[in-house]
Design a binder for this molecule. Structure first.
Ligand code: NOJ
Length: 532
């Protein structure tokens, strides 16, 4: 695919790398940029089009890089700006795009802006963050809760005010109502775009603006014991405020300053209707890809539930060209192989890579990595320290490259434990097995490259299928593909639309044959068929 293709991200597959855990190049137990650069060939052979790196900027690592202390440099633990340039150059030579993580809602409390802001009430940077007086009884200005637990307000003794932090207290929220903040943050975007970065994944995009009057959030009546603690409140005043769209549009204009496409991928956890707003309405001048976490949050992986999810999402897309996207996992959510189990893992892969829209893969999912139990004394995640059952370390463990010590990730003790199954589940073993999950991912990604129907074609789900199956057509200018997914442990005969069909890919990678009238589906099998 040419580098100048304007909408490369439509039929391109994105691969998320969690840099701390991908490959350790300097033997300190933590992944780094040279480590990633050395593995880019693996990714280009896999058949993805872009890599997205979770934060690599200077940071005290209170939230593992999502607490940024400088938006325009690299954390020495990951390398240098030269290492970054080398990574981009290598990616270019392999035809890969590079996306970075952009964390606009908050900085680290060690960012010089915040250091200045907290120095005194009169400091020119005071209004760059959100400072409020205590209530008369000394308690926080309102009832807002942090995602990581406890109040979202931290008392600053020296200046006698509270500051807002929707995450850790070491992550103070920026004041996006302040034009100076906006300009500085847009310059940070330009810094990376000028360096050749092809896009940004924008952290918690829907949280940027807060209620001007700082009203209390109402209680969420649906919350029950055991649910994620911060959802005890309906966050109507601390999230998704109407003014947010103005900022989203401004960010898009920054991206549009560049001739070659710079894609913005927004992290947004909202209802379908509200998610769609982030495309920017009919004019589509918001982010190109508001992350669709439908499959990440789906509880029932049966044919009916998956079909409703896909059909509802497709029907909700605004305007004429809002482009869909799909995700199975990320560094905040349990791994797909653990959520749906080994039987359905391959169905999930086929779904991700054959639905209409840009797929984003999470490192290690292609080899079937599972959640790894991390004993409390080795745990790191600040969220897990408060919400014991919501710790995210288990899905951030080192990539499993081979059967050797530390799975070939590092010569030193890795920062998080390596999975106990790494002797079987690793890239080397999976690469030499033509029927492995990795081989399936490769086959599907390869097929997407050559099939315009898969990459860009229209989607329509098919009626008249047995209850166990979800089936859909993908069509583009005369090329027609049919995908049938059997979500049950039973053998099922699925009726085929008229004409002759041919199995191009089975999730079991063991058949390519003609069929007409019906296709016999084995338990938990998925097939992609072409017409003719
Ligand atoms: C969302 C990120 O994905 C998550 O890892 C992080 O903790 C929060 N935003 C805060 O930046």
């Amino acid at each position: 695919m040419g580098q100048t293709t304007k909408n490369w991200w439509r039929n391109g597959a994105i691969y998320q790398i969690y840099p701390r855990s991908f490959m350790d190049g300097n033997g300190d137990g933590v992944g780094d940029l040279p480590g990633i650069t050395g593995k880019l060939e693996y990714l280009s052979n896999l058949g993805v089009d872009a890599v997205w790196l979770s934060p690599i900027f200077p940071s005290p690592m209170a939230d593992f890089g999502y607490d940024v202390a400088d938006y325009t440099d690299i954390h020495p633990m990951f390398g240098t700006l030269d290492d970054f340039d080398a990574l981009v150059a290598k990616a270019r030579s392999l035809g890969l795009k590079v996306l970075l993580d952009y964390v606009p809602n908050h900085t680290s409390d060690e960012h010089e802006w915040f250091v200045e802001s907290r120095a005194s009430r009169g400091d020119p940077k005071r209004e760059w963050y959100i400072w409020r007086d205590a209530k008369d009884d000394g308690s926080p200005p309102n009832n807002w809760e942090s995602y990581f637990g406890g109040p979202a307000w931290e008392w600053d003794e020296a200046t006698g005010q509270y500051y807002l932090h929707l995450f850790d207290k070491k992550q103070p929220d920026l004041n996006w109502r302040n034009p100076e903040v906006r300009e500085a943050m847009y310059d940070a975007m330009r810094f990376w775009f000028d360096r050749g970065v092809d896009g940004l994944r924008i952290d918690v995009l829907w949280l940027l603006v807060k209620d001007e009057e700082f009203r209390d959030n109402p209680v969420n009546e649906e919350w029950k014991d055991g649910d994620f603690l911060p959802s005890r409140q309906s966050r109507v005043y601390s999230e998704d405020r109407p003014e947010t769209m103005e900022i989203v549009r401004e960010m898009r204009s920054v991206a549009e300053e560049y001739e070659e496409s710079r894609v913005l991928v927004g992290e947004i956890y909202l209802t379908l209707e509200r998610l769609m707003a982030y495309y920017g309405g009919e004019t589509l001048d918001g982010v190109q890809l508001p992350f669709n976490f439908g499959l990440v949050l789906l509880e029932n992986w049966d044919a009916k539930s998956v079909r409703s999810l896909v059909d509802e999402y497709e029907a909700a897309l605004p305007g004429d060209g809002a482009w869909p996207n799909w995700v199975l996992g990320n560094h905040d959510m349990p791994r797909i192989a653990s959520r749906v189990g080994e039987e359905k893992e391959r169905l999930a892969a086929m779904l991700l890579l054959t639905l209409r829209g840009t797929p984003t893969m999470y490192y290690g999912d292609e080899i079937g990595m599972k959640n790894v139990e991390v004993p409390p004394h080795l745990a790191h995640d600040p969220q897990g320290k408060v919400h014991k059952s919501y710790g995210r370390d288990p899905f951030r463990t080192p990539m499993q490259w081979n059967a050797e010590k530390n799975a070939g990730f590092s010569n030193a003790e890795p920062w998080l434990p390596v999975a106990g199954d790494h002797q079987k589940v690793n890239v080397e073993a999976r690469e030499s097995d033509p029927s492995s999950t990795l081989s399936l991912y490769k086959k599907l990604l390869g097929f997407r490259r050559v099939s315009t129907a898969l990459g860009l074609g229209a989607y329509s789900s098919l009626d008249g299928m047995p209850d166990e199956c979800f089936a859909y057509l993908r069509e583009h200018k005369g090329e027609k593909l049919l995908v049938v997914l059997n979500f049950s442990g039973e053998e099922v005969s699925a009726p085929l639309p008229e004409g002759g069909w041919r199995v191009e890919v089975s999730t079991r990678l063991d058949r390519e044959e003609k069929a007409s009238g019906v296709v016999e589906m084995r338990p938990y099998e998925g097939v992609v068929m072409s017409e003719g």
